[in-house]
Design a binder for this molecule. Structure first.
Ligand code: 5GP
Length: 192
């Protein structure tokens, strides 16, 4: 998506060869007009898919997913970070290794909000190693829900998450795929 690529080039900061900062428009301060354009792109790309739920993960996926859900006219559920998986009735849970914080945590989704009738579009801001998205796919499988696709704002194509999920047969629709980035020059190149 040209609009997102141009915004990343203009306002993204390459913090290291592994980490891209886009907190001025995507995951700290948020440009909702841009989110709306992104949501419309996914709506177009997934036209005809029987999506009846959007699923994301706390915290930075929530705002993007909320706009996407409104665009699709369906509810949005976010997987919650949890200390205790057994507090609140039946839950599906998975353990995720955080890319940015390098630690493990559990996330849960209540069985009340995800089940066999659901056709899910999973949304997140970034894909790196794919651990967060693998976790949400596992939660959908445990719930008997169907994963219609995975929509990512920024995939780092030089890290394995996106291509590994594609190889497993999932439809991964990343609006910008960073092929390489250089923290010294600040240069960012996108996959065609
Ligand atoms: P993964 O589970 O794919 O390894 O990492 C995905 C999660 O890590 C995303 O939800 C995102 O919050 C965070 N993340 C991964 N790479 C980056 C990055 O380059 N910049 C930022 N801001 N967040 C990232």
């Amino acid at each position: 998506m040209k609009l997102l690529e141009e915004r990343i080039k203009a306002d993204g900061v390459v913090k290291s060869d592994q980490v891209l900062k886009v907190d001025s428009f995507l995951n700290h301060q948020m440009d909702i007009g841009l989110f709306r354009q992104m949501a419309r792109q996914w709506r177009h790309d997934f036209d005809g898919a029987p999506i009846n739920k959007v699923l994301t993960i706390e915290a930075s996926g929530i705002a993007i997913a909320a706009i996407v859900a409104e665009e699709f006219g369906v509810p949005v559920v976010f997987a919650k970070k949890s200390q205790s998986v057994n507090l609140d009735g039946t839950v599906y849970s998975t353990r995720i290794t955080s890319f940015t914080h390098k630690r493990e945590y559990d996330v849960i989704v209540s069985a009340k909000f995800l089940g066999p009738d659901d056709h899910v579009l999973i949304i997140d801001d970034f894909m790196a190693n794919g651990c967060a998205m693998e976790g949400l796919v596992q939660i959908c499988e445990a719930a008997g829900a169907t994963v219609e696709g995975i929509g990512i704002a920024v995939e780092k194509g030089f890290q394995p998450g996106g291509d590994s999920l594609r190889a497993k047969g999932y439809r991964v629709d990343s609006l910008a795929i960073v092929e390489s980035m250089d923290s010294e020059t600040g240069e960012i190149a996108f996959r065609e």
